[in-house]
Every structure is written in C-alpha cells, then in structure tokens.
Design a protein around this ligand. Sequence first.
Ligand SMILES: Nc1ncnc2c1ncn2[C@@H]1O[C@H](COP(=O)(O)OP(=O)(O)OP(=O)(O)O)[C@@H](O)[C@H]1O
Ligand SMILES: [Mg+2]
Length: 419
Amino acid sequence: MVGQLKARKAAGVILKMVQAGRIAGRAVLVAGPPSTGKTAIAMGLSQTLGSEVPFTAISGSEIFSLDISKTESLTQAFRKSIGIRIKEETEIIEGEVVEIQIDRSITGGHKQGKLTIKTTDMETIYELGNKMIEGLTKEKVLAGDVVSIDKASGKISKLGRSFTRARDYDAMGPETKFVQCPEGELQKRKEVVHTVSLHEIDVINSRQQGFLALFSGDTGEIQAEVRDQINTKVAEWKEEGKAEIVPGVLFIDEVHMLDIECFSFINRALEDEFAPIVMMATNRGLSKIRGTNYKAPHGLPMDLLDRSIIIHTAPYSADEINTILSIRATEEEAELAPDALALLTKIGQETSLRYASNLIAVSQQIAIKRRSSTIELTDVKRAYMLFLDSDRSVQYVEEFSSQYLDDNGVAFTEKMETD
Ligand SMILES: Nc1ncnc2c1ncn2[C@@H]1O[C@H](COP(=O)(O)OP(=O)(O)OP(=O)(O)O)[C@@H](O)[C@H]1O
Ligand SMILES: [Mg+2]
C-alpha cells in the first residue's frame, strides 16, 4: 500500500491490540472520502492477522438481502468473528519402526499383522488391524522410519528416517529427512490445538441443520437456546483451561447502510461476554441515520459513535496517486507511457482514484485495438471521452434531464403535454 500513513499506523496499533487479545468489545470507525483506501486498509489488516484470528467482512447493505432477520444475520457475523481455541490431549505412539509383518489370509479379505516399534529405551510389538495396515501401506512406512500414530484416530504420520539407517540407504535421494530415534516411553501424551468460531459450534450443535450446513452456507436461524447452551459450555471450558477465547475482527463496510435497529443491536452486542472488535467503514459526512429522521455525523447514532475510536483517511496526493496507478497498471499487465500515466494521475486527482484506475483497463483495450502493447496518451484521452466520471455524468443528466424518466417513469416532455 501507498500513502495514508496516519490511518495505516492507526490500523497497525489496532492489529497489535487484536493480536494481544486486548480490545475485545471495542468499535473502530474508519471514516473518509470515497476511494481513499478504507476497504483496502481493512483487507490488509485481515491478511496480516493470519488464519488463527477470525476476520469476518460484511457490507452494511448485505444484511437486508438475506432471508434471515437483520439481527440474526448480525448475530451470526458477530459469532463468526470469535474464535475458540480448543486444547485437546491425545495419546500417541512415537518410535522407530523395527519390523512390519503382514499376513494376508488366503481369501484376500481379512488382513492381520504385527508392528514392532522401538525407542532408544524400549521395544514393543503391536497387533495390527485392517485399518492400520491400510494406513501403513498408504504412507509407505518401511522399517527404519520414525512414525507417530494417533491412538484415538489411528492416523499415521511419518516424521522421517532414523539416523541409524542413514548409511544403508544411499539410494533414498536428497529429500529424505533424517531424525533421531525417539527416547523414553513409546506412548506419549501430546497437546493438539485447533481454532473454531463460535458460529461453527452453533451450526454443528443446532440439530435442524447439522454440520453440512457449514458447507452450503445455508444455516438459517439458530435458536437462542442453542446459543445460550453453547455460551455456558464455552465458559466452562474456559474455566477448566480447555479452551481460550480469541476475539477476532468483524468488519462492516458501508456501515451507514445499517438502520437504527442494527445500530442498537451492535451497541448491545459489544457489551456481550464474547465480543469481537467491530471495525466499521463509511464515506458519509453528516447524514441521516436510516430508520429515523435525525442527522448525525457519518450517519451513526451518537451513542455508537461515542464508543468508537475513529480513524480518518485523507485524499491522496498527486505523487501517491501516481504510484498507486502505476502499481495497479503493473498488476493488470498494462504498460503505460509516462505521459499517459501523468494524465491518468491528473484525472485521478480531479475525479477519483477509482475512476482513474478503471480507465487503465479501458485504455488498454483501446491500445490493443490499434495493435499497440503500450498505452499512449491518446488512448487515455479517448477512454476519458468515451466513459464519463460521476461529475460529468451528473452534469449530463442535469443538462438533458428532460429526456430522462422521472421517479414515476414519466418523461419530462410527456409531462408537459399532459399538464
Ligand atoms: N494506499 C493504497 N495503495 C494502493 N492501492 C490503493 C490504496 N488506497 C486505495 N487503493 C486502491 O484504490 C481503490 C479504492 O480504494 P478503497 O476501495 O479501499 O476505497 P474506500 O475508501 O473503501 O472507498 P469507498 O468509500 O468508496 O468505499 C481500490 O482499488 C484500492 O485497491
Ligand atoms: Mg469501500
């Protein structure tokens, strides 16, 4: 990313706090003029957070278009943004394979076998069932491999080859990883950790849908009782040290599209025991709060605004626009002549960054049409003439309003006649 240093620094601070798990239940508002990189900053944040911290992005208007209620879809979005890190202890067998012996019965169906496995201190023989034999064959386990077997699931993983076998196997190729033969007991307890979201736990436990709903995304409404039970359970796990809460980030883009009911829901949800960090973005100044007749800064009720820390994005300078556009051109594999880039930058300054970057693709098509691989000044000029930016479009509509239809679908000229 280019420029927007203050906003990015602020986002960086928030990132640190999210990673430390410290500002759950806070709201952050990113406010600024259109195409100043608000959405881009949020997306950047989500990528830096990594896969361990949940990040959910929704758009304000989206929750009105679903067939579940507004509050249900907000609840789901909130719960998708809270991770539960569950710790589990499993028993594993870890050692170096001494011998695998498989007896095939004459009929071919049932297989039996024995696995001899050792550590530096002990050696044991295990009876093998059908499933284990399949697993060993699939992983191509040989004598001399160091393996780890999960006792509960029977899952086998190869850790590498034992150093003691290094000499006999010159032919194994350079990829072979050599490891020490494990010490001590063959059976060990190992802690495994996985992170799921509260929403995923909800879906799996709501009997109507079952976990398949996770794949179709069609989860419907989830009963409040189910959620209450899960909250209690998770709180218990937390007490017992089995689980850890990982507050993630819920990003609501175009937040001014929400109405007063949604805002009061968010206000309340932020006080919940399990609350993520809510990051909102808007390009509105003083505007009406949907569902009311009041005007408020950013179209947000004062109580929510009061809770939020606000980050401002400012319009880009010419240099920054220049850099962003040339990065964009490289990404689109378009080659820009210097004067073409200069004109695009000027257009970007006078209209918007988004319009200027849209012109890149269009100008490229025009350049291709005249069989040039480079976008020249004339291509950009032509693209500018063919496609209007919002200002010119507004001007055009005002000038020729008589030819357009009005809200009732009546053309201005027709109206003159009927009046
Ligand atoms: N600092 C930047 N570096 C690189 N590209 C940027 C930067 N800022 C914005 N862009 C690009 O500019 C375009 C507009 O940015 P973005 O969509 O984030 O604006 P926005 O502030 O969310 O606007 P709106 O209020 O209209 O939603 C995007 O294509 C984005 O990739
Ligand atoms: Mg945006």
